[in-house]
Design a protein around this ligand. Structure first.
Ligand code: FAD
Ligand code: NAD
Length: 465
């Protein structure tokens, strides 16, 4: 068996692992990265990027179909059709460009990339088996665990055949007539809406009484209205029992304990993801765990010296930008810098129609934390740019301390509000007060003016409402 030493060994080439490797190598740390599947991880290959591509394609198709029925804008088009194979090729092209870019960045930074599956031997030794079954042993001073997460499987509904995860949903060979989505969280609603816009009959079964239960009700109300408008059928407060005997329907139990069969040609199970903490020898290190997640401190150190962990493997929030920021911090720590994990807020976006974005606490969160806070919202119905984009539903909401007006949180729902995440996170991270945002000249006409107006309204002097 070949043996080779390295200073930093990164397991996993997703956004956490590849960012850590690039940063560390650029800082002069001898770095090796092991990836068992494709560089870019879940995010680039089967997550963030392909899902946003499919959502965009579905929106374009839906728009064309609407225009074919008449458009207030005066646009006239004939009935559109969809070349699904081309849609998937286009999506794969974007994925290919991005993963190719990651490979090139790693190469230029001087990272040694090994394709193969890693198995931990101890905190400084890892065996990597390549596609030909050859095993090489790597030794390191620092071991960074960035193995990500996997979709949760429901006991009565194992993946296979018509029962799929987001991975298969993002590369369909054909479209089902009827799709049942289990779980009205991020994936269920992002992809459920996309499939509906592609012309599929979509029903969603959700265990709680609400869609997107992680967000507050006021924020999700426009999403609920949009689901109804699009014709997505919702079964809230329901549990799934499994496929019926003929495999052509999903057996569902309602909150009243009634059982019914929901016809389904395909079932997308999107009930969450769990850290990928088994199957590669992680157990043998006997690290402190938080459930299935690796427990880390505020420097992403695990309970074993010089063994670090980042990203989805360390639990919620399972977001690519969190993994990247953790990866960058660990690389800097290993190179000798002083860093600590203390973001003032980690923004989160749900790319539904309309989009939802949150950064920092909601009014209810602030109250639960015992903070005396003020909050105000500004509706897009009073925003000129929103009108020109034909989308006036939704609002921007700000939460700030009552005593000194320090901004604690922002929430927004509406068309394209994902792009407001930067302004939200920056204002919180920089310790902005309501007066700072209210006093900043915002360009006109933009959706961002709703951000300024929400701050002005919290101060009692909004202009346009
Ligand atoms: P991953 O990206 O999962 O990467 C881990 C890598 O480790 C994988 O490539 C895996 O092959 C490799 N690996 C694991 N074990 C081994 C081993 N033993 N040996 C070698 N290699 C190994 N987040 C957002 O912020 N925004 C979004 O819009 C968004 N959309 C999403 C949409 C979908 C459909 C899904 C599924 C997820 C989405 N996410 C989104 C979540 C995001 O993808 C993850 O938070 C992010 O990818 C986590 O990065 P990571 O580096 O921790 O792990
Ligand atoms: P999720 O946690 O967002 O939603 C899961 C939903 O399934 C919840 O509403 C939950 O109540 C419901 N549920 C759980 N068990 C159920 C059952 N047995 N029957 C019916 N409903 C059930 O999980 P997800 O949508 O699978 O996404 C996984 C993770 O991936 C997310 O938490 C997020 O971290 C990440 N992600 C992020 C984005 C983004 O940032 N835009 C997009 C997709 C995924």
């Amino acid at each position: 068996m070949k043996e080779s030493p390295t200073t930093l060994l990164v397991i996993g080439g997703g956004p956490g692992g590849y960012v850590a490797a690039i940063r560390a190598a650029r800082l002069g740390v001898r770095t090796t990265l092991v990836e068992g599947e494709a560089l870019g991880g879940t995010c680039l290959n089967i997550g963030c990027i392909p899902s946003k591509a499919l959502i965009h394609a579905a929106q374009a198709f839906e728009q064309a179909r609407q225009w074919a029925e008449g458009s207030p804008l005066g646009v006239r088009v004939a009935q559109p059709s969809l070349d699904l194979a081309q849609t998937v090729r286009w999506k794969d092209g974007i994925v290919g460009r991005l993963t190719g870019g990651v490979a090139s960045l790693l190469r230029k930074a001087g990272v040694r990339v090994i394709a193969g599956r890693a198995t931990l031997v101890d905190g400084k030794t890892v065996d990597v088996r390549d596609a030909n079954g050859e095993v090489q042993r790597l030794r390191c001073e620092h071991l960074l665990l960035a193995a990500g997460s996997r979709p949760i499987e429901l006991p009565g509904l194992p993946f296979g055949g018509p029962v799929i995860s987001s991975t298969e949903a993002l590369s369909p060979a054909d479209l089902p007539k009827r799709l049942v989505v289990v779980g009205a969280g991020y994936i269920g609603l992002e992809l459920g809406i996309a499939y509906r816009k592609l012309g599929v009959e979509v029903a969603v079964v959700e265990a709680t009484e609400r869609v997107l239960p992680a967000y507050d009700e006021e924020l999700t109300r426009p999403v609920l209205a949009s689901l109804k408008r699009l014709g997505v059928v919702l079964h809230l407060g329901c549990s799934v029992q499994g496929l019926t005997d003929d495999g052509r329907a999903l057996s569902v139990r309602s909150a009243m304990a009634d059982e019914f069969a929901l016809p389904a040609d395909r079932v997308l199970v999107a009930v969450g993801r769990r850290p990928a903490s088994d199957g590669w020898g992680l157990e043998s290190l006997q690290l402190d765990m938080a459930g299935r997640a690796v427990r880390i401190d505020d420097q992403c150190r695990t309970s074993m010296r010089n063994v670090w962990a980042i990203g989805d493997l360390t639990g919620d929030p399972m977001l690519a930008h969190r993994a990247m920021a953790q990866g960058e911090m660990v690389a800097e720590l290993i190179s000798g810098a002083k860093r600590r994990w203390m973001p003032a807020a980690i923004p989160a976006i749900c790319f539904t129609d309309p989009e939802v974005v949150v950064a920092g606490p909601s009014p209810a969160d602030a109250e639960a934390a015992g903070i005396d806070a003020v909050h105000a919202h500004f509706p897009f119905s009073a925003n000129g740019r929103a009108m020109t984009l034909e989308s006036t539903e939704g609002f921007v909401r700000v939460v700030a301390r009552r005593d000194n007006h320090l901004i604690l949180g922002w929430q927004a729902v509406g068309h394209a509000v994902s792009e407001l995440a930067a302004a939200f996170a920056q204002s919180i991270e920089m310790g902005a007060r309501l007066e700072d945002v209210a006093g900043t000249i915002h360009a006109h006409p933009t959706l961002g003016e709703a951000v300024q107006e929400a701050a002005m309204r919290a101060l009692g002097h909004a202009l346009h409402v």
